[in-house]
Design a protein around this ligand. Sequence first.
Ligand SMILES: [Zn+2]
Length: 147
Amino acid sequence: MLNREIDMECPECEAEMFLGNYPVEVRVGRHIVECPNIPHERCPNCAYNALDASTAELLELRSAQVVMHEVSELDLAALKFARKALGLTQTELAKKLSLTQETISRYETAALQAPAEYRLAIAGLLAHEEQVLQGTPLGHVRPEVPA
Ligand SMILES: [Zn+2]
């Protein structure tokens, strides 16, 4: 349904959905991250969340960052989740971080414990992607229009 003038109906229970800033929980490996104030339509009846593609992408980037910063012992699924949120293969990520693909593979299969610097480097890439997705947060001055 493309006509947004018609109130959105919940695909689960057909109740009317409401647009607002609601928290959304994202599972990152073993961890659940609660992201507050995510603007989207939500069903008051069954709590179904309708997230558009860019909001879902933003949530992935943000929740992966939280886990990279806050969890000292990362599970392997979280490392993979973060790389996938960046949309990178092991080889592409290795290139960005000046590592080898073999090293990334060892981190993700627990053959090697990923050091804190690695997690912080990934968190930095995630933050950068989030900023790209949201556009320039500070805005900009338009060039003057000649009179
Ligand atoms: Zn519903």
